[in-house]
Design a protein around this ligand. Structure first.
Ligand code: SF4
Length: 365
């Protein structure tokens, strides 16, 4: 038995050397493979002991094992903090809130919002010698009548009951824009003669009829349509009367600030502001009473800054009549004006003499 064991060990060593030969050549086999070969050879040897054969009959079966990729184990170190310490160290959400960088920028002053009464309270130094100029214009106006004195909107429906008169003043103001006083007055007279100066009558009348009666006032087609709308609003919302507030009047179709202030003054005897039309706007700029305003509304605001309130109503017919007679839009009669010594625009708008082309050609030849 001891001899058999030695023989088997010798064979095992030989076979092992044989098995190691490819290893030494290729240097690619692993020790695991060798171990498996040895195990299989040992098994063969055991079977050969049971069935003795010659050494040359011994077969070696080599099973290839799949090479396994080496596993890379990475270590992640996690720091574990005590729970109570972790809770207390959580950042507050407020720390993430966006904060503007503190820069010392100059504070912007916001423009205060002022209504008409506030604007009127703002004290502005009145123009020098305005009282003398006003007296001079009054004197000139007393010497000569102007169309506004007999045919202005204030005169519309003088003989009518208060409610109807207010409506007549409103319609007269509507028709007066872009229209001369005598044309407006004629249209109002025709409406009155045809019993069409009442809201219920205008509401029932044909628009074409109204249009024919008010012709040739400026924009008579649009004004006829607005008359129908105003009559309807008056009947539905004001029991046939007109609005008693500036806002209510301004909400009516075709009624602007100039008309609204005039109606408030004349119809309701409620002075909310100066009625500034093109005459008042032009003359105030010529006299230097306002800082070269571009619109009548700007003129109204600038004038209200310094003109005493008792002058707010009479200033309109005074300057309108002056503009119709002396300080006209084109070629003002500065030579006839008694305040030309106080007016910064005196003689500045004199029309240059027209030189005809025929004369120019003759002189050239
Ligand atoms: S001087 Fe001429 S521009 Fe001046 S207020 Fe008299 S008319 Fe008008």
């Amino acid at each position: 038995m001891c001899a058999c064991y030695r023989k088997a060990a010798h064979m095992l060593i030989q076979l092992r050397n044989y098995a190691l030969l490819p290893l030494s050549l290729s240097q690619a086999k692993s020790t695991n493979r060798m171990h498996s070969r040895a195990t299989s050879i040992k098994a063969e040897m055991t079977s050969s002991e049971q069935n003795p054969k010659s050494e040359s009959d011994i077969r070696v079966f080599v099973r290839r094992k799949r090479s396994r990729k080496p596993q890379v184990i990475t270590e992640t170190i996690v720091k574990v903090e005590p729970q109570d310490q972790k809770l207390t160290s959580l950042p507050d959400i407020e720390e993430f809130a966006f904060k503007k960088p503190e820069i010392n920028l100059p504070q912007r002053k916001s423009k205060p919002i002022m209504n008409n009464n506030d604007k009127a309270k703002v004290k502005v130094k009145p123009p020098s010698s305005w009282v003398k100029v006003l007296e001079g214009i009054r004197e000139m106006r007393s010497l000569e009548d102007a169309p506004v004195d007999s045919m202005g909107c204030e005169k519309a429906g003088n003989s009518l009951p208060p409610k109807e008169r207010r409506f007549a003043v409103l319609i007269s103001s509507l028709l007066s824009s872009q229209t001369k006083d005598n044309v407006t007055h004629g249209a109002i007279q025709r409406l009155l003669d045809n019993n069409l100066l009442k809201p219920e009558m205008i509401d029932n009348a044909d628009e074409s009829t109204i249009k024919d009666l008010i012709y040739p006032v400026g924009f008579y087609t649009r004004k006829a349509a607005n008359m129908k709308k105003i009559a309807k609003i008056s009947l539905l919302n004001y029991d046939g009367d007109i609005p008693s507030t500036l806002e209510g009047l301004l909400s009516l179709p075709g009624i602007g600030p100039k008309m609204a202030h005039l109606v408030m003054n004349v119809a309701w005897n409620n002075v909310q502001g100066i009625c500034v039309d093109t005459h008042v706007h032009r003359i105030c700029n010529r006299l230097g009473w306002v800082p070269q305003t571009k619109t009548p509304e700007d003129t109204r605001e600038a004038l209200q800054m310094w003109l005493p309130k008792e002058e707010w109503v009479p200033i309109n017919p005074l300057l309108v009549g002056f503009g119709q007679t002396i300080c006209t839009p084109l070629r003002p009669s500065c030579s006839l004006c008694s305040v030309n010594g106080l007016c910064p625009s005196a003689f500045q708008e004199a029309t240059p003499k027209k030189v005809s082309r025929v004369k120019t050609k003759r002189s050239e030849s």
